[in-house]
Write a new protein. Structure first.
Length: 245
């Protein structure tokens, strides 16, 4: 008689994101994840953990090996760091709201000050995403229709695949996302960003930062071996580039 498969609890999403499930448990959870919108949404909310783990500089373990569970001290430290990051993000949102209010009150003069040649968009050239792009397995393309240049750098992780994106020759304003497409056709959003009117990676860009490519990064719960391609899309569904991996 075939042994029944032990059901997977919804609470396993946290353990899966931290990489503390063994190989059999992770496989069961991935099967559960394919049909559970609740767990997929919770996993998206925990994707702030991968960058924190990447910052620790630990080499990615063999994906076939069992991942040892972290001790209580390490887990507590990670959760505390996640709290710090989330508080920082909340403060940043408040700053953006304040900046928007200044634009409304300040009028054209304030707008010009923010779009002057020496102005750079917040976090556009932060070293972290660019540094992450320098490591890992790379693949890229220049779309024959849109002419958008897009390339990714992938690193295997216990929780899935860390992905850094380099994007150029794209004009805004646009809101885009990077989507990982599995060999089965399943899709997961890796990261989302906005392209300002000045664009990124444009040789004739008006400002210095318009001439530079955009670097951003995120993660997918898919194992690297399951990923067939990445697609750069606008949020209204228009595909800007397809990267076969």
């Amino acid at each position: 008689m075939k042994r029944p498969v032990e059901p997977v609890a919804h609470t396993d999403v946290g353990a899966y994101a931290l990489g503390v499930l063994d190989a059999a448990e992770a496989a069961r959870f991935e099967e559960h994840l394919a049909d559970c919108d609740r767990c997929a949404a919770e996993l998206d909310g925990l994707m702030g953990l991968p960058p924190l783990l990447a910052e620790a500089g630990e080499a990615a373990p063999d994906p076939e090996a069992v991942t040892p569970a972290p001790g209580p001290g390490l887990l507590a430290g990670l959760l505390e760091e996640v709290g710090v990051v989330r508080r920082a993000r909340r403060r940043r949102r408040l700053y953006l709201v304040a900046a928007a209010a200044v634009l409304v009150v300040g009028g054209p003069l304030t707008t010009y000050a923010l779009t002057a040649e020496d102005a750079e968009p917040p976090e556009h050239l932060t070293g972290y995403a660019r540094a992450m792009y320098e490591h890992g397995e790379k693949a890229g393309t220049v779309d024959p229709v849109t002419k958008v240049a897009a390339s990714v750098s992938m690193e295997r992780k216990p929780w899935g695949t860390h992905v850094a994106l380099k994007l150029g020759n794209v004009k805004g304003p646009l809101t885009c996302d990077l989507v990982a497409v599995g060999k089965s056709g399943a899709e997961q959003t890796v990261t989302t960003w906005a392209v300002p009117p000045g664009g990124y990676g444009l040789k004739d860009g008006a400002a210095k930062w318009n001439k530079e490519p955009l670097y951003t990064h995120g993660g997918s719960a898919m194992n690297r071996s399951y990923i067939d391609r990445f697609e750069v899309r606008t949020l209204d569904g228009r595909r800007l580039a397809e990267i076969k991996v």
